[in-house]
Write a protein that binds this ligand. Structure first.
Ligand SMILES: Nc1ncnc2c1ncn2[C@@H]1O[C@H](COP(=O)(O)OP(=O)(O)O)[C@@H](O)[C@H]1O
Ligand SMILES: [Mg+2]
Length: 575
């Protein structure tokens, strides 16, 4: 499946081996010429022949070198561009994975696949168009040339092959399954690295450097252990092959020497050439074993890459092609939802409610009761298990995904900012926005003031992960981004939790004044934040326990009263 990426570079894949054949052919002619020099030049004192053949050898070496160089250039052109295309597609597929799919494959593993695994496959392509051809030709040509020197020599080599075959099969069979394990262990290291680099501040805050260092050390040792095991195993392969080679050489010398002594058809030059050919043949096999090793390794990597590339689309575009007249109505009809990996335990159970266009619905409930899960169903971050979610009267599954998500602006629970200027971070909401539009959005979200107070205003760089900003500032920039998007529906997932009540109240007031037509769903922890909403839903263990205005709920809902009272008791804050 991965090899379809090579198709585009078939020309390089074809021409590189051809040049390689040229190089090997030159290598194969050399020993024969050398034998000729020894037998007919040196032993017969014929200097002209020595010079003649010597010159020929130099020209051939140069030609061989040129072929080798060109082969390298073309092989690289194929392998590097192949890797490049593969990496690009893999990255694009990773970007396209649904939430459900990324829940399953860890970030570290995705990083390993995108980097190390692609490199392994790329190496294999390189090996295939260079090494594989080189060694096959070396092997076959070597046998032919050996046969030309003497049939007996070829027979000796033939006797050595079964031993070589047994060794190679044994070692490769043993090592193949270990390569998949090596890549898995690499995932382990990348996971720890990923978490600790991203969470470096938490590690420091809890003085857990040593603990994390140990965790990394364990993962590292794990990898080292498996690597050592494979490499130790493979280290035995070389010497085993060398033994076979040397035994063959000794027999060739013995047989050759005896033939010369008994006046048979043999010469020192030919024996010399035969030894070189034998070495070439056996080295050919040995390298071949290395190449197979690269192949087995690459196979493990290719499988891991394919696993991601072949991840099926699970969130499909719908067939709905029009634009509904209504703008901003949300309906949940008997919705139940379970995370796929949690074997059927419903996180949301039989949820039904309607939010009218322009209305503000607040959702409150203890942590883990399913608030985030509920709003995630609206832009189809996950799909419902049962029931249906409708926007403007159309099932969310019927919309084209882009059309659906264009209707919704979500401020996620964790404000994600990128290392770009503040302006660019907000502009994500609408690429074509004018500076004034951006400022307006920031004014609504109460971000304009603090942005203007910074040294470079809207051009102030946000450091990676938004670490240069306070939690409340990050939240307000994320909110500006969502407001700028100006979609029908605005969802705040606990997005103002880090703001003081005064700023928060101001934000909601501005939002209601300036964007009255937008339907808003606001998840919050504090009743003070939401008591002005049109309606409030109380979520409890995945069910809607009560739904109504603040006043109604105080009368009718015990859970709501409990939350209210507990927040009153906390004291300082006005509820
Ligand atoms: N990606 C996920 N995979 C599996 N379970 C999850 C996932 N996200 C949340 N949950 C579980 O679903 C429940 C509801 O979570 P969530 O909707 O995030 O709650 P809330 O936002 O109200 O705090 C929790 O028990 C949580 O453990
Ligand atoms: Mg949540």
């Amino acid at each position: 499946m991965i090899f379809k990426y090579l198709k585009k570079y078939w020309f390089f894949c074809l021409i590189a081996p051809l040049f390689m054949v040229g190089e090997v052919a030159m290598d194969l002619i050399q020993p024969d010429l050398m034998g000729n020099i020894v037998d007919n030049g040196v032993l017969k004192n014929n200097i002209t022949l020595v010079l003649d053949v010597g010159l020929k050898m130099i020209v051939l070496v140069l030609f061989g070198g040129l072929c080798g160089m060109l082969c390298g250039v073309f092989a690289n052109l194929a392998a590097q561009q192949f890797g490049n295309d593969l990496r690009k597609d893999l990255f694009s597929r990773i970007m396209g994975l649904s939430f459900q799919q990324t829940d399953k494959i860890s970030t570290g593993s995705l990083v390993t696949r995108l980097t190390n695994d692609v490199t392994q496959v790329q190496n294999m392509v390189m090996m295939a168009v260079r090494g594989f051809v080189r060694n096959t030709v070396m092997f076959a040509g070597g046998i032919f040339m050996l046969y030309k020197q003497s049939h007996h020599f070829a027979l000796i080599a033939a006797c050595g092959f079964p031993f070589v075959a047994v060794f190679v099969t044994f070692f490769l069979k043993k090592s193949a399954p270990m390569f998949a394990i090596v890549q898995k262990k690499l995932d382990g290291i990348n996971n720890v690295m990923q978490e600790d680099v991203a969470g470096a501040r938490v590690v420091k805050a809890y003085v857990k450097e040593e603990h994390e260092l140990n965790r990394f050390d364990d993962a590292n040792k794990d990898l080292c252990k498996v690597n050592l095991k494979v490499q130790t195993l493979l280290a035995f392969m070389g010497p085993c092959m060398n033994i076979v080679l040397n035994v063959c050489i000794v027999i060739v010398i013995l047989v050759g020497g005896l033939t010369v002594k008994t006046g048979g058809d043999m010469s020192p030059g030919r024996i010399m050439a035969a030894i070189t050919y034998l070495a070439q043949i056996l080295h050919g096999i040995m390298f071949m074993a290395n190449i197979f090793q690269t192949f087995t390794r690459a196979k493990a990597s290719a499988d891991r890459i394919s696993e991601v590339l072949e991840c099926p689309e699970i969130i499909f575009d719908g067939l709905y092609n029009e634009e509904p007249e209504q703008k901003g109505k949300i309906e949940f009809k008997n919705v139940s939802f379970a995370y796929p990996e949690t074997s059927g335990n419903n996180v949301l159970e039989d949820i039904s409610f309607t939010v009218e266009p322009g209305e503000t619905l607040a959702i409150i409930g203890s942590t883990g009761c399913g608030k985030t899960s509920l709003v995630n169903l609206i832009p189809r971050f996950y799909d419902v298990t049962k029931g249906e979610v409708l926007i403007d009267g159309v099932n969310v599954k019927d919309y084209k995904l882009k059309q659906l998500r264009d209707k919704i602006a979500v401020v996620l629970q964790k404000a994600e900012l990128y290392s770009r200027p503040i302006e660019a971070n907000i502009r994500w909401g609408k690429r074509t926005a004018t500076p004034q539009e951006i400022k307006n959005a920031a004014e609504i979200s109460q971000a304009d003031n603090f942005i203007c107070d910074t040294e470079f205003g809207y051009h102030t760089m946000v450091s990676e992960g938004g670490h240069s900003l306070s939690g409340g500032q990050k939240q307000r920039i994320s909110i500006s981004r969502a407001i700028l998007k100006n979609s029908e529906i605005l969802i705040f997932d606990d997005s103002t939790s880090a703001l003081d009540l005064k700023t928060e109240a101001k934000l909601y007031e501005e939002l209601n004044n300036k964007c009255p037509d937008i339907t808003k769903i606001i998840i919050a922890q504090r009743i003070a934040s939401i008591k002005g909403s049109d309606r409030i839903a109380v979520l409890d263990k995945g069910k809607i326990a009560a739904l109504g205005t603040h006043k109604e709920l105080l009368k009718t809902s015990e859970i709501y009263r409990d939350i209210y009272n507990s927040q009153l008791k906390e004291g300082s804050e006005e509820v």
